[in-house]
Structure formats: C-alpha cells, structure tokens
Design a protein around this ligand. Structure first.
Ligand SMILES: [Zn+2]
Length: 379
C-alpha cells in the first residue's frame, strides 16, 4: 500500500514518515480510527514504508523487491491477524489468509462486515481467539529475515477475546527483537486498558468531506455535485460511501432488469424473455436473489401507490416514473400471487435451483398474472 493511494489523512502520513526519518519507530502502535477512515490502509502503508529498500522522502518506492512483495501482501516479514468465524477448519487468520489478501487488495477500506460477507459468515461471531497468540509467536519465530523488522498488523484488535488479549499483552511486555506490532482498531474502549497503555497511540480522524469528495470524483467517476452529496451522507466514512454507490448501482440495474422482464412477459415475447434470462443467468446467484427482493419491493410499492397513501411510497425518482405506469397492472386480484411466486422463487434460489428454469417459469407466471384484468374497486 503506497501512501499516495490512501485518501487524504495528510497529517497522519507526515507523522508516520517523520517517525521513520527520525529513527523513532515504536515497537507497538495503536492505529485508532473510525470505520472508513483508512486506519488499516495507513498501517499497511506504514509497514511497507518501513520495509522499503529505496525510501522516497514522502512514500515507498513501489518497485524495490520489498515493495513488489508488499504490493501483493506476500512479504515474508509481514503478518496479519484479524477476526475469523471459528470452525473446525478455521482456527486462526492463517487458515483464511488467501481470502484476506484478495479482500484487502480489492478494497483497503474493507469493513468487518465486508470481510465476513466474503467469508460467507455474516451471521457468525467475529473473534480473534486464543489460538491466534500461539500463531503470532510461531510466525515471529520464523527465521526468514528479509527486512529489518518483522511486522505484525492486528486488524480489528478489539475483537480479541480475553484470553487472546492477555497473551498478546505478555508478548508486548517482552517484545521480540526487531518486531513491530501495529494494532488497528475502531473503538478503544473495547481494548484492554493494559494493552492501550503499552502502545503508542496514533489517533486517526474521520476523513474530511473535501478529501472524500475528491476521491469519489477521481476514483469512482462521480460528478462533483453527486460526490459532494455522497460525501455529506457518508460523513467521513469511505466504506459507507462505497456501500451507498453500490446500492445506487444495484437499484439502477435492478430497475432496468425488472422493466425488461415485465415488457417481455406482458405479451410474452419469447426473444425478449430469453435475452433477459441470459442476462440474469450471467449475474450470479447473489445478484439474482437481490433481484427477486427488488421485484418484491417494486410490486409492493406499486400496490401502495394504487390503494394507499402516495406519501408512503419509498422509491427513487426513476423508480417513481416507472411505477406510475406499471402500478395499474398490480391489483387486488393478482398481488398475492405475485408475492407468492417471487417468495417461492427466492426460496428455491437459496436451495440452488437452476436459475434458467426458475426465471423462465417466473416469466410464464408473470405473463398470466399481468393479464388478469383489474376488477373495479368497490367505493
Ligand atoms: Zn520500495
């Protein structure tokens, strides 16, 4: 991780650079910063800088043999510890290291939630367990020195359970020679006091609106106006901004896909239906489940617009335009079956049904349901 690839946080970067040029690198440091501030990215950038063989005044070189390994997180003297979902096969960070590398390289602003999504463990408890401390000692005793320091980055250090924290404390009290511990943490009060007092605190503020806006324009291609709005909503949390962008993109894709399906199934146009199925089939199972939920949402909101209070309708501007035209097709005589068919589709999707067959079936059903005439409402 190069400092220049980390958004904003100029004062922190300068402080870290100075600690290296002054030769005052403390053996245990606590990178304390809120979610989306870049605390993990900064710790990793700092580790890379310390190990870089051709340090520039303001950044790592990016090309020396150490940097090349750091760029892929495969330097033998760089170690990570992070929460995992404990199971028979997963006891420590080492057991899921390839996944962590991939996740961090894809998004250095990764949140604990993102990470557990990638582990398919959203509902499990995130913990750094006691076996991890044995693993830390084992890693630090490996003899392959390539760099001056061995660096151990402990991400989400507040997730250490009591036993793990106590063992880490012992290690910090008698630190192995030429070893750095960089603890990365979002909430200090969940960490053992004694650990906090053994570390040098690097307090990272949330990102400024200006830095966040710039990043959204440069890296995500948002217009200045949209970026400013998004930065305000995300409140200095880059991870939150990424999530919001993702949701917006998903909603736009889902809406386009829903419109296509409805058009093709209203008069059952086989070519249109097949083209749509190919598109949806290529999207992958999570997106398909997401689409079914989206369809449920649009149908529910159409019903509310038809019979309820329009102020209760929860839709974006594009969605509203569409739903105004679409809602007459949703009424008392077909709403229940629409919901029922979609819920059934979701149920089968979760049990690995064949997506092509399932969506073909859905298109036939929709053709039938969309053509049920609306009864006059009794006033
Ligand atoms: Zn370098």
């Amino acid at each position: 991780m190069l400092f220049r690839d980390i958004i904003g946080q100029q004062a922190i970067k300068e402080r870290l650079l100075r600690s290296v040029s002054d030769g005052r690198i403390s053996h245990a440091q606590l990178f304390l910063g809120p979610q989306g501030s870049g605390n993990l990215a900064l710790a990793t950038g700092y580790a890379q800088y310390i190990s870089c063989l051709n340090k520039q005044p303001d950044d790592s070189c990016g090309t020396c043999s150490s940097c090349v390994k750091y760029n892929k997180l495969i330097h033998p003297d760089l170690h990570f510890v992070y929460p995992v979902a404990l199971s028979k096969d997963v006891r420590t960070s080492t057991d899921v290291m390839p996944k962590f590398r991939e996740a961090f390289l894809d998004n250095p602003y990764i949140t604990l939630f993102n990470w557990f999504e990638q582990l398919d463990a959203e509902n499990k408890q995130a913990v750094i367990g006691v076996e991890e401390s044995g693993e830390i000692l084992r890693k630090l005793s490996l003899t392959t020195y390539e760099a001056e320091y061995k660096i151990m980055i402990i991400w989400q250090a507040e997730k250490m359970n009591q036993a793990a924290a106590n063992k880490l404390l012992k290690i910090l009290e008698e630190p192995p020679d030429k070893t750095l511990f960089l603890l990365v943490c979002e909430s200090e009060d969940q960490l053992l006091r004694t650990i906090v007092s053994r570390t040098q605190l690097i307090k990272i503020p949330k990102m400024t609106d200006a830095d966040l806006t710039n990043a959204l324009v440069e890296q995500k291609g948002l217009s200045a106006e949209a970026a400013e709005k998004m930065a305000h909503l995300a409140d200095g949390n880059y991870a939150e901004a990424l999530l919001l962008i993702n949701e917006n993109e998903n909603a736009a894709q889902n809406l386009a896909s829903f419109q296509k399906l409805m058009r093709a199934s209203l008069k059952f146009n086989p070519q249109g239906v097949f083209a749509w199925i190919d598109e949806v089939n290529a999207a992958g199972r999570e997106r398909q489940k997401n689409f079914i939920n989206y369809a449920l949402h649009i149908i529910r909101e159409s019903m509310v617009l038809n019979y309820g209070d329009p102020s209760l309708v929860k839709l974006g501007a594009d969605e509203q335009d569409f739903v105004k035209k679409f809602s007459p097709f949703i009424h008392a005589r077909n709403i229940e079956r629409f919901m029922d068919e979609l819920n059934k589709a979701y149920f089968h999707m979760e049990r690995n049904a064949n997506a092509k067959i399932l969506f073909m079936d859905l298109a036939f059903k929709f053709n039938e349901l969309l053509n049920i005439p609306k009864q006059e409402m009794v006033q």
